[in-house]
Design a binder for this molecule. Structure first.
Ligand SMILES: [Fe+2]
Length: 356
């Protein structure tokens, strides 16, 4: 297993998932306790009392502080201990880590790395979130028993839809259409057009197309864990150019991957659409199709993970459509190496000191 990039914004939950109650959230193998303060903002603290290690999520909120359920040590929203029952002095080491949080477009983002590097301006955004021609709709939080790298690879891979999603997102007509890959700023983009073919299930349901369509899939993957799948269809007779995709029925399926452990990833998915914007029932029907498709992905990704955990006989082979995943894995490895190097540089390994 490769490890986790820490200096990045990860989705800790949809806004609706976080309320005034203490809630344990696990990300990158770390337990975090989250809640909403009295002013409505979200707090995230290390979920482990520094005294006897009881998770703070087993304690209780007192105003905007958290009291440990074992001996009553109490921590404020910055993680500082403000009370140790039975004594007046507060040890300098009595604190828990506080994690930077940004809430945007009804999504709660958390920074798991060095707080000094957390820049709210770098939280993922798309202009369509604020565009009245587009509707945004949150779906589910899908728990996948698979490493996030496997999930991410699936989300930069238009080729699999012909085989994994034959009734919703793909069809056999696209099996042999080559995939192109390029990088575009921060994103790795894998895409292909299927020209002059019958509409697939999704666009039969939502496009109202009578004849053949041109269908596109653009998979944008942002390291470490955000994927945007731009897919749509348009009448073949319109001879749509790449830059005119807004003229068709266009959907962005967004996937925010949250690595929980090495073998567990939460995929929170939602969509943005330029059709049926004022029709919540259309959103629900789209969700039903997405659920069907993503359950198909889940079966594949969990089975792949099971095989990865078994003794390897040889290295997996690579084929032409793997270019996107290969670029992604290289970027992740580069980021992990960078963070390892920075950690070494910032840790002077102080000599052991003993104080009575
Ligand atoms: Fe898929």
């Amino acid at each position: 297993m490769t490890g986790f990039v820490k200096n990045a914004w990860y989705v800790a939950g949809w806004s609706r998932e976080i309320d005034a109650e203490l809630r344990r959230v696990t990300l990158l193998n770390e337990h975090v306790v989250m809640f909403r303060k009295s002013d409505g903002s979200v707090v995230a603290l290390e979920d482990r009392c520094p005294h006897r290690l009881l998770p703070l999520s087993k304690g209780k909120r007192i105003g905007d502080t958290v009291q440990c359920g074992y001996h009553g040590l109490t921590f404020d929203c910055s993680g500082q201990c403000v009370r140790v029952p039975g004594q007046t002095n507060l040890p300098a080491s009595a604190y828990v880590q506080a994690y930077p949080i940004v809430e945007k477009h009804d999504i709660v983002w958390i920074w798991m790395g060095d707080p000094a590097k957390a820049d709210p301006e770098t939280v993922f955004d798309m202009p369509e979130f604020s565009d009245p021609n587009w509707a945004a709709h949150q779906g589910d939080a899908l728990h996948l028993k698979s490493n996030y790298l496997n999930v991410a690879e699936n989300l930069v891979d238009p080729a699999h839809v012909s085989f994994v999603h034959p009734t919703t997102l793909g069809s056999s007509a696209s099996e042999n259409v080559p995939v192109h890959v390029r990088t575009e700023g921060e994103a790795i983009v894998a895409w292909r057009w299927i020209r002059d073919a019958k509409p697939v299930g999704f666009f039969k349901a939502f496009g109202g197309f009578a004849g053949n369509v041109d269908r596109w899939h653009y998979y944008y993957l942002y390291t470490p864990c955000t994927a945007v799948i731009d897919f749509g269809s348009i009448d073949t007779e319109k001879h749509c150019a790449e830059e005119d995709r807004d003229q068709g029925v266009r959907i962005f399926a967004l996937h925010f991957m949250t690595p929980v452990t090495e073998t567990h990833t939460i995929d929170r998915w939602m969509h943005l659409r330029n059709t049926a914007q004022d029709d919540p029932e259309a959103a629900d029907r789209m969700d039903a199709m997405f659920r069907k498709a993503f359950a198909e992905d889940q079966e594949i990704l969990e089975a792949v993970q099971q095989e990865e955990l078994r003794p390897a006989k040889r290295r997996p082979i690579r084929i032409a459509i793997d270019k996107g995943p290969l670029v992604y894995r290289k970027r992740i490895n580069d980021l992990l190496e960078l963070e390892r190097t920075e950690d070494l540089a910032s840790d002077p390994s102080p000599a052991f000191v003993y104080h009575d």
